[in-house]
Design a protein. Sequence first.
Length: 87
Amino acid sequence: MIKVRDRRNAQEITALTMGATASGAEVVVSGNLEATIQNLIEGRESTQSAFKGHSFRLTQLSPDEIVGALQHLQWKDGMPTYLYGEE
């Protein structure tokens, strides 16, 4: 059950990062997944598009949940990417 939660958290981190970045919210800390996740937990506001003024925020994750999610993430093209099917 924990592995499923970790994968789901990693997917949520990836999707939220992509949406936030596309709308101008500065969440990505290049090369630093933990800092990027922390930005998502704190929340960042969009600066453009239909989401201008919308806050992109990840639900609170415990330190253990962050470690678990990191097992399913990698950097690709400057963004956190979910590792599909990785064990």
